[in-house]
Design a protein around this ligand. Structure first.
Ligand code: URA
Length: 207
């Protein structure tokens, strides 16, 4: 996806990006190299929310650009999600030290920016990657292993929790579940007219 220079962003986005750059709402700003806001499309129907930036993301200023990001990208590509169809971000925009999960106060402090981002992107579909995103986004405390793969409809938005790609890297036997969840999301987006259905691989093949 082509990167925009600051002046190419719509005015509302410029204000939002400036608010991100100057954010000191929690202690994480002190140790960050780059604030990690998003990658993907500005007006995507699908928002993908992870936990928080890791080392690579902190260096590059973009979410999911390390190993787990490659796994996520592979899955999105395999299921033919166009790059224009998603906007990737995190529960917190600054890297927590030692890659620990964000603390509740950090997630709460970052919520104002995530809400503003949500208002700008206006997604109709949300994929929550991992327990942290699931807990902080929905307020629910049940295990991700039970919640994954089941849509939660809220105010016209279809929210789907799934496993975090980093968890899949450590548990490759769960890989199919992530793929299945993305396929479910794709099917829901097609049903609602936000994506075109995948052509069956054998469609058009002469028998
Ligand atoms: N893990 C996340 O949750 N987010 C990132 O951006 C990278 C790794």
């Amino acid at each position: 996806m082509q990167e925009l220079s600051f002046n190419e962003y719509p005015e509302a986005w410029q204000g939002f990006l400036q608010a991100c750059q100057s954010c000191k709402a929690c202690e994480l700003w002190k140790s960050r190299r780059e604030i990690v806001v998003y990658r993907g499309s500005l007006e995507a129907p699908l928002m993908i929310i992870g936990e928080g930036p890791g080392r690579e993301e902190d260096l590059q200023g973009k979410p999911f650009v390390g190993r787990s990001g490659r796994l996520l990208d592979d899955a999105l590509e395999a299921l033919e999600f166009p790059e224009t169809s998603y906007h990737i971000c995190n529960i917190v925009k600054c890297r927590p030290p030692e890659n620990r999960a964000p603390l509740e106060e950090e997630a709460l402090a970052c919520r104002r920016l995530l809400s503003a981002q949500f208002t700008l992107v206006k997604p109709r579909f949300v994929l929550l990657c991992g327990a942290t995103a699931f807990h902080y986004f929905t307020g629910r405390k049940d295990p991700i292993s039970r919640a994954r793969g089941i849509f939660i409809e809220s105010k016209g938005i279809e929210v789907l929790p799934t496993f975090h790609p980093a968890y899949i890297l450590r548990n490759m036997n769960k890989r199919d579940e992530l793929w299945q969840d993305l396929a479910l999301m794709r099917a829901k987006m097609c049903e609602r007219g936000a994506l075109v259905p995948l052509r069956h691989p054998l469609e058009g093949v002469e028998h």
